[in-house]
Design a protein around this ligand. Sequence first.
Ligand code: GDP
Ligand code: IMO
Ligand code: MG
Length: 450
Amino acid sequence: MPGIAIIGAQWGDEGKGKVTDLLAEHAEMIVRFQGGNNAGHTIVRDGEEFKFHLIPSGILYADKTCMIGNGVVLDPRILLGEIDGLRRRGVDVGNLKISANAHLIMPYHVLLDTAGEVKLGKLSLGTTRRGIGPCYADKALRLGIRVQDLLDEKILRTKIRTALEPKQQALRELSVQRRKLRKEAGEGAAPRSEQAIEDAPDPRLDLHTMTEEYVSYGHRLEPHIADTARLCWDALDAGRTVIFEGAQATLLDLDHGTYPFVTSSNPIAGAATVGAGIGPADIDEVWGVAKAYATRVGAGPFPTELGDAVGRHMVERGHEYGTTTGRERRCGWIDLVALRYAVRLNRMSALAITKLDVLSGLETLRLAVRYRSREGAVLDRFPYHQSILHGVEPEYEEMPGFESDIGECRTEGDLPRQARDFLAYIADFVGVPIRLAGVGPGREQSVMLN
Ligand code: GDP
Ligand code: IMO
Ligand code: MG
């Protein structure tokens, strides 16, 4: 099948990196189409761990083209760090292509992201503070700076000047406001993480310094800059397999997720068309990736969240700490109401259920099959109204758990009956076959299912 989208079916960190790496074996090209270095995708090969924030998870294959599509927001400093890190580990990045139309994350985007979060205080979203939201906002405002602008110093300087002015003003006002508030509250110095926004004028916001810095990034990235959409068409038209690697996930989608507790891009399958420059008919298969339970980083509704020993089991056994920010992930039971919503929204053709091994040792497994609203109404569908979602209580199907360590299972028949029944229940409930089950972080710790 030529076009395959791999999409997060929950709140992120489902194991998209691992699944992409596995499926990429049969692909020619792997394309990121949205998000930025808020993503953290992990691959474990032969015991060696790789974490990617911007580089597509196909990069470990020397013969595949990896592309950063136009829909991505790209922090060049982070990308170059990733490229250098891979080179040091002997990974060839010569096949990395970057869309000239991708937007650049600038230092002021990162500062504004932090400033926005600090200003929201208790109401903060828990963003990754990587500048994602402010960068996409500038894109929509037509104040964005694109990869192609790195190649012309004059254009770059003019664009930075235009974009910078309102940011400096906003940050200055915020800095004054913050100082005043801190003084009124009798607080001492700002915490380290917030100092940058109080230190106006921040040296990173100097037009000359910023232009020079970004010109130098341009020199280094130039060999990778390409017409990525055209490369995609060429591969698809020749019948070759192209993987569209999603970042973040369905419930973090700007339009269809739990707004405002979402990211600022569209991680759903439909967005691969815009973010890579292809048509809807170019996507032949959509694989959703979900954990056998659920996690979320940052704020926002999470109906099945657990604050008990089972939640601790998931954190500890699943090493549920963010790949990008190191924050402990909130954990809970798998939510089939939300998963069925994600399946339909992306029109998934297959599911990969990862981290099944993490459930081993739990006597009873639970799967949320409906919600009950504050008023007592039974909800079979994911509610479109945010206030309802905030108030729902999930109702669970209970299934017997399994004791044994399943990390060595490689075929469906190796899995304990309870684990197979658990997977069968999920597939039946959401109406999509499960094609892959993860039984450990290693590449080989995967069970392909019919
Ligand atoms: P992504 O953002 O969707 O690519 O996922 P992350 O890499 O942020 O988080 C997934 C984590 O789970 C990583 O540490 C993976 O190595 C790990 N992982 C992936 N699949 C499995 C699995 O089947 N079992 C276990 N135990 N860990 C897994
Ligand atoms: P991958 O691709 C999990 C979350 C943040 C926050 C919200 C908005 O590794 O699955 P942002 O910085 O995007 O403005 O933050 O989205 N978030 C993720 N959570 N995995 C991710 O990526 C995420 N990327 C963003 O925690 O709640
Ligand atoms: Mg991740």
